[in-house]
Design a protein around this ligand. Structure first.
Ligand SMILES: Cc1cc2nc3c(=O)[nH]c(=O)nc-3n(C[C@H](O)[C@H](O)[C@H](O)COP(=O)(O)OP(=O)(O)OC[C@H]3O[C@@H](n4cnc5c(N)ncnc54)[C@H](O)[C@@H]3O)c2cc1C
Ligand SMILES: NC(=O)c1ccc[n+]([C@@H]2O[C@H](COP(=O)([O-])OP(=O)(O)OC[C@H]3O[C@@H](n4cnc5c(N)ncnc54)[C@H](O)[C@@H]3O)[C@@H](O)[C@H]2O)c1
Length: 448
């Protein structure tokens, strides 16, 4: 007999948990399907384990700066295998803990879900019927049409391999490449980044990215932009990446090549046709409330939803919004305008709101202030190697439109700007408030 549910959720990551929190609180019956680890990418293969490695890189950075503080230390010795084991030990409770939460909210099915009708999903040969079905299946690394692409590692491998390579190449110069390149470079690995676009992190503010690029070069990372990769080969256990840049063919020989070329929606194998869900090969067609345009029983959220930021808090937010739309029978739209995020290089690049280019394109009357804080008392005290801030303010409304920071605890300070933007605190109020002194936060008064 077919089991019937109010809501079937395919995928037990941030997005799926967002949906389940709202639906279970409203007393809906839920089927929760997960084929791998409950918790999904962020706590098991993304944000959380990655940050353990970032923290180690941060310590290596501080040791490197010790001489500025009249502290002599010998060359640090990093035991990569032990670091990976520490990272794994810190997260190993997560899948079971999250499965426990899922079981409290509904019936848990372990396996791959796929559509067998407009309202039916099959998992482990069992057919479930849902009034609503949510696709929260996340993303996977973009497959690249390059000969030898199968030789590439993914971020999953980097978080698990206990052997440190001598040298490595990242294909793509986005968030994953930047974060891991700083970790590995600080661990002593020779890193090369190959980016197809004219600059790294193309969607972030150019000034902030330039500051990070300088810091990355200081670390010894080699960056090529505007490249075309033609093939990846393997000889004697080493990999060779062949590419063209500025009309010249080049080759880098290395231990590991990593796919950092973006992530695509994880929807293959769902048999979307069986549910009458329109999919153009890249994105499922949805309306503004994240509902399939061709089957109103189906919703999409998190990384599986194409075109919105692939971030953990966004996946949770979208999931909760889908949950609310299902429970209340409404069509709320997501609002992505104030979204603080960070690239966890060491030091980090953090941003919120409009880039300078986007503000200019909108024709707004803006004031853009750029500061290098390495010479400020705070920057000098901590011997900061990079401390960059760009703040974009609307002159007419005195509202902060965007902030882009590198160093100076950017990943923490950015929330002051985000808070001001969300609650429309005027820039002059932010500037004139009390701050504990001396702190990095108190420097915000002097940034614009
Ligand atoms: C290396 C890395 C580092 C990251 N760091 C950060 C960070 O620092 N900060 C940040 O905000 N974001 C970060 N992200 C992004 C963040 O992890 C994702 O945006 C977020 O996890 C997406 O959540 P989701 O629920 O949409 O998908 P996921 O968490 O991927 O969950 C989808 C789940 O669906 C399951 N699934 C897929 N298909 C099926 C099926 N057919 N049947 C059953 N189950 C299925 C999968 O097994 C998975 O568990 C990082 C990502 C990566 C890869
Ligand atoms: N700190 C964080 O919040 C964090 C950390 C890691 C990942 N993530 C999320 O995960 C997603 C995936 O990360 P990512 O770094 O893989 O993607 P990304 O979109 O950040 O960067 C991919 C880069 O690869 C380049 N590229 C694409 N094809 C290429 C090719 N053939 N040759 C060379 N370069 C190529 C793109 O131009 C782009 O710059 C991101 O969207 C990000 O939101 C977030």
């Amino acid at each position: 007999m077919t089991k019937k549910y109010d809501v079937i959720i395919i995928g037990g990551g941030n997005a799926g948990f967002g949906v389940s929190a709202v639906a279970s609180e409203a007393g809906k019956t839920i089927a929760f399907i997960e084929r791998e680890d409950f918790g999904g990418t962020c706590p098991n293969r993304g944000c959380t384990p990655k940050k353990v490695l970032v923290a180690a890189a941060h310590t290596l950075h501080e040791i490197d700066l010790a001489h500025h503080h009249a502290i002599e230390v010998s060359k640090p010795v990093l035991d990569w295998k032990k670091l990976i084991q520490r990272e794994k030990a810190m997260i190993d409770f997560i899948p079971d803990a999250m499965a426990g939460v899922a079981e409290k909210r509904g019936d848990v099915y372990r396996g791959s879900g796929r559509f067998v009708g407009r309202n039916q999903v099959e998992v482990n040969d069992e057919v479930l019927e849902g009034e609503h079905i949510v696709i929260a299946t996340g993303s996977r690394p973009r497959p690249l049409p390059i000969p030898g692409a199968d030789l590439m590692l993914t971020s999953d491998d980097l978080l698990s391999d206990e052997t440190l390579p001598k040298d490595m190449v990242f294909v793509g110069g986005g968030v994953i490449a930047m974060e891991f390149s700083h970790i590995f470079a600080r661990a002593g690995v020779k890193v090369t980044i190959l980016e197809v676009m004219p600059r790294l992190l193309p969607q972030l503010d150019e000034g902030a990215v330039d500051a990070l690029l300088e810091e990355s070069k200081r670390l010894g990372i080699t960056v090529y932009t505007g490249v075309q990769i033609s093939e990846i080969t393997e000889t004697k256990g080493r990999r060779q990446v062949v590419f063209t840049v500025d009309g010249y063919e080049k080759m880098v020989d290395c231990d590991s090549v990593v796919n950092g070329a973006g992530r695509i929606a994880n929807v293959e194998g769902l048999d979307l046709d069986a549910a009458g869900v329109e999919f153009d090969g890249v994105a499922i067609s949805v309306d503004k409330s994240m509902r399939s345009t061709t089957n109103p029983a189906i919703w999409v959220c998190g990384d599986a939803l194409v075109g919105t930021p692939q971030l953990s808090p966004v996946a949770t937010y979208e999931g909760r919004l889908v949950g609310e739309n299902i429970v209340a029978g409404i069509s709320q739209e997501a609002d992505y305008r104030v979204l603080p995020s960070a690239v966890y290089t060491v030091p980090a690049l953090a941003s919120v709101g409009l880039t300078e280019a986007a503000a200019t394109e909108k024709g707004l009357n803006v004031s853009v202030t750029i500061n290098d804080m390495t010479g400020w008392f705070s920057g000098k005290s901590y011997a900061e190697t990079v401390a960059y801030a760009k703040v974009i303010r609307d002159v007419n409304t005195d509202q902060i439109l965007g902030a882009h920071l590198v160093g100076h605890r950017a990943e923490e300070l950015i929330h002051m700007f985000a808070f001001a933007m969300r609650y429309e605190v005027p820039a002059s109020s932010l500037k004139n408030d009390f701050y504990a002194f001396p702190t990095f936060a108190s420097d915000v008064k002097n940034l614009f």
